[in-house]
Design a protein around this ligand. Structure first.
Ligand code: PEP
Ligand code: MG
Length: 569
């Protein structure tokens, strides 16, 4: 038996068989033989993949000047040259024909040989090998259906403990929820978007586990995520202990489900707003039968994330209409696309290089992707006819950012009028407060809009200068860092007199133990992952009267260990 200790990203217990998942493109290239009559089919698939790659590179060239200037252009031009190399293309076609292998396999072999030719040359030429690998990966990822895979077969299609080096949004989007009992990974981040998506599987998640030398396909594993523990090949005594613990947890779940009808309030009856964050269309279904207060944050970035072509106005409209109708009159805050490092839909074709978290975000993306924002805004406005839709503007740093989104709205409204399409004229507007700039200026910004969401995930990453996908942040700092609490205090204080809703919607809102502190800060509206809503509500029913002095006591605990002890009191 081995007991491994990591960091919990979603509490819960699970026991099952480990299955290793690999996302590495090199390891996932399908290799298979084809029959002679399938040759033409493979060549067509190859041409299509080349075509998609060409479009992607062309679109990137369009935007790269604004992002990287000359350097970006040079890299992408080099990529185009490789892609247009007819001899290379013909070589791939020829080995498909000669060796009767699938197109992905052929691309891989030809590009490998091509790369080898440059490897031993001088520095300038060896640099080209990076471009070759980049282009190869782009072509391979343009083949439909290429994604990560399980290294061992899923045990008779029973749900398994998924073990992998890291979670990525595309991996989570590619795995079926019913196949998973828990996620165990080496790398991770509490607020990364892959974690957020995986949380909606409602299963335990632990990262920071050394997998390589400890877990193999087929191992029996117990995951006790509340303690960040992963137990490999448990002994008899441990199994017995956990069987009882799992039974108890099941009972608590049933107990909370009984309370689902009650509106969210504290022990003394202080009414709070508890809303849901939604990233995928299916998540709205999780809320059926629950007494919740609306969708606090509808993330648009994952709705069509794996498509190569941007969704049309109709595509957006159908999803938004469906969610607005399902929410049944409750407000639904639809956020305009907020691209960032780990939520980058494939259809936007931004260059892979560069730090997108500090570059094209929020309003800065509107000009570059004007068409996409137009169709999205029009779709949101049209969906307003079917429910209580509100517009949510991402990554606001100053008033001009709000104005840019307003202009977008105005233009969309004017086109809709010309097209004689219906929309509501009085849709409310809100902003995400998720940069330190917006937090300290919250009192000014709130005057321009109807409500605000505190996006603590980004607010934390920008305040600490620590990427949310990097687990250093969790190892070193507490997710409720005192600087973040201070910024939330400023936001609440500066906006109080305007009496507008301030809703906390980052991942910290999913930690039940933080609620006494949130309430003492004066926050009364929260939005959590749909899968967490029932549990959080169940806990809030036991929270007492807010203790105003709690915030000051909290600031006395400045180090991670002290903060952990503070919440365990
Ligand atoms: C946040 O930053 O806290 C937030 C809710 O937005 P997202 O996680 O989508 O960046
Ligand atoms: Mg954010």
């Amino acid at each position: 038996m081995k007991v491994l200790k990591g960091i919990s990203a979603n509490a819960g217990l699970a026991k099952g068989i480990a299955t290793v998942y690999s996302e590495e493109i090199e390891e996932n290239i399908p290799h298979y033989m084809i029959e002679e009559e399938k040759i033409e089919n493979e060549i067509t698939r190859l041409k299509e993949a080349y075509g998609k790659t060409k479009i992607a590179i062309e679109q990137m060239l369009k935007v790269s000047e604004e992002i990287f200037g000359k350097t970006g252009e040079e890299i992408l031009t080099a990529h185009s040259t490789i892609l247009e190399d007819e001899a290379l293309f013909e070589e791939i076609v020829s080995i498909i024909k000669k060796r009767l292998i699938n197109a992905e396999h052929a691309v891989n072999d030809v590009f490998d040989a091509y790369q080898e030719r440059f490897k031993h040359k001088d520095f300038h030429f060896s640099e080209i090998t990076h471009d070759i690998v980049d282009v190869r990966n782009r072509i391979l990822s343009s083949f439909d259906g290429l994604s990560g895979r399980f290294e061992c077969t899923i045990n008779e299609r029973q749900p398994v403990i998924v073990v992998s080096e890291r979670l990525s949004p595309s991996m989570v989007l590619n795995i079926s929820q019913s196949d998973v009992l828990a996620f165990v990974t080496e790398e991770g981040g509490l607020t990364s978007h892959a974690t957020i998506l995986a949380q909606n599987f409602g299963v335990p998640i632990v990262f920071g586990i050394n997998i390589k030398n400890n877990i193999e396909c087929g191992d029996k594993v117990i995951v006790d995520a509340s303690l960040g523990k992963v137990i490999v090949k448990p002994d008899k005594k441990t199994k017995k202990y956990y069987n009882r613990k799992i039974e108890k947890a099941e009972k608590r779940k049933q107990f909370c489900m009984v309370k689902e009808e009650i509106p969210t309030q504290t022990k003394k009856g202080l009414r709070l707003a508890l809303k849901a964050n939604i990233s995928l269309k299916a998540e709205i279904k999780m809320l059926e039968g629950l007494n919740y207060d609306g969708v606090g944050l509808l993330r648009s970035e994952f709705l069509f994330a794996n498509r190569h072509k941007a969704p049309s106005e109709e595509d957006w409209f159908k999803v938004y209409k469906n969610i607005a109708e399902t929410a049944d009159g409750k407000n639904v805050n639809i956020r305009l696309l907020d691209i960032s490092g780990d939520k980058m839909p494939k259809y936007l074709h931004l260059p892979l290089a560069g730090n997108h978290d500090l570059g094209i975000r929020g309003a800065r993306a509107i000009e570059i992707f004007d068409d996409m924002y137009q169709s999205q805004t029009k779709a949101i406005l049209r969906a307003s006819v079917y429910g209580n839709v509100r517009l949510l503007y991402p990554m606001i740093s100053d008033v001009s950012d709000i104005e840019s989104f307003r202009e977008l709205r105005k233009k969309a409204e004017s086109v809709l009028r010309k097209e004689k399409k219906k929309y509501k004229k009085d849709i409310k507007e809100g902003i995400m407060i998720e940069t330190p700039a917006a937090a300290v200026m919250a009192g000014t910004l709130i005057k321009y809009v109807d409500f605000a969401n505190i996006g603590s995930n980004d607010l934390l990453q920008y305040t600490l200068a620590a990427s949310r996908t990097n687990q250093i942040i969790e190892k070193r700092y507490h997710i409720l860092h005192p600087s973040l609490v201070r910024l939330m205090e400023i936001i609440v204080r500066e906006t109080r007199k305007y009496k507008k809703e301030i809703c906390l919607c980052g991942e910290i809102a999913s930690f039940e133990e933080f609620y006494p502190l949130f309430l003492s800060l004066g926050i009364k509206s929260f939005s959590v992952e749909a899968s967490k809503l029932s549990d959080i509500k169940c806990n809030l029913l036991h929270v007492g009267v807010p203790d105003k002095s709690l915030v000051n006591k909290f600031y006395e605990n400045l180090k991670k260990d002290d903060i952990e002890k503070f919440f365990k009191r």
